[in-house]
Write a protein that binds this ligand. Structure first.
Ligand code: SAM
Length: 267
């Protein structure tokens, strides 16, 4: 991201990841700088929008799968601008008592947070405005502690956000710290941009960096490192459109969707 303190900055003249993603998803909550960065990214990777859309669908399938497995608590880090259905709507449809904590550091996401807190009466949904680079600020947030019982399993979703942390920001240590705070039986749900399927996503990362955002693609082995010590849920690490697809995945998308996705259980 652009500065070390995006929790207080709001600058519509600089592209931000949440708003560029909103541009890809066809939303209305982005500014000219975000559109310019998004259009530039589409020029270097004509299927970047497909990657974003398939990533979003993966998020929904993964959390529905976990709700179906009996997971009742969700911590979603890097939530994004509300886009229906949101995570809490997906899981509370399966388990109305599911509890969801959303976390993001984008001011625009914060301004929409109320739209994320319209859960069921039995369940609970809350929002923490925090930066994942400071996991303690998330794990000790009163909103989180008032909503989740950290002695019970939690699905921690870190979806399409770790590629906005470069190695010096230690994304592996951050994910480890988050997973250390939840008990056995919890899950890690992740997706991440990669250049393993072609150079285009690496070019997108370059466009992001040139637009003032931090971005780093990672290889299969680097992505696998996030799940060290955990049991990957079948089919293991794959692309978002091939993770528990609702319909037979299109082969045309292989190579277009330049993301990895995976879900793993902590033992
Ligand atoms: C590409 S969007 C992904 C949204 C959602 N997880 C999904 O996959 O549909 C990335 C989100 O991560 C957030 N983000 C990026 N860096 C962050 C940071 N350091 N701390 C918290 N949130 C961050 C952005 O504001 C944005 O909302």
């Amino acid at each position: 991201m652009t500065t070390d303190d995006d929790t207080t900055d709001f600058d519509p003249s600089t592209a931000h990841t949440a708003r560029v993603y909103d541009y890809y998803l066809g939303g209305k909550d982005h500014f000219k700088a975000d559109r310019i960065a998004g259009e530039h990214a589409e020029r270097v990777h004509p299927h970047v929008r497909t990657s974003a859309l398939e990533n979003r669908k993966f998020m929904l399938r993964a959390v529905r799968y976990l709700a179906g497995q009996g997971v009742r608590q969700f911590l979603d880090i890097g939530t994004g601008i509300p886009t229906e259905p949101n995570l809490h709507q997906a899981v509370q449809e399966i388990e109305p008592a599911a509890r969801v904590v959303y976390v993001d550091n984008d001011r625009l996401v914060l301004s929409h947070a109320r739209a994320l807190m319209t859960g069921t009466d039995e369940g609970r949904t809350t929002y923490v405005h925090a930066d994942v680079r400071h996991p303690d600020s998330i794990l000790t947030a009163p909103e989180l502690l008032g909503t989740l019982d950290l002695s019970q399993p939690v699905a921690v979703s870190v979806i399409a956000i770790a590629h906005f942390l470069d190695d010096p920001q230690d994304p592996f240590g951050i994910v480890d710290q988050l997973m250390a705070a939840v008990p056995a039986g919890s899950y890690l749900v992740m997706s991440h941009a990669t250049a393993d399927f072609g150079p285009e996503m690496g070019e997108v990362a370059r466009v992001y960096r040139e637009s003032g955002m931090t971005a780093q693609v990672r290889t299969h082995d680097e992505f696998a490192r996030f799940f060290t010590g955990m049991d990957l849920v079948d089919p293991g690490i794959t692309t978002p459109h091939r993770w528990h697809p609702d319909i037979a995945p299109s082969e045309t998308m292989d190579g277009q969707v330049q993301f990895y996705a995976g879900v793993a259980r902590k033992n």
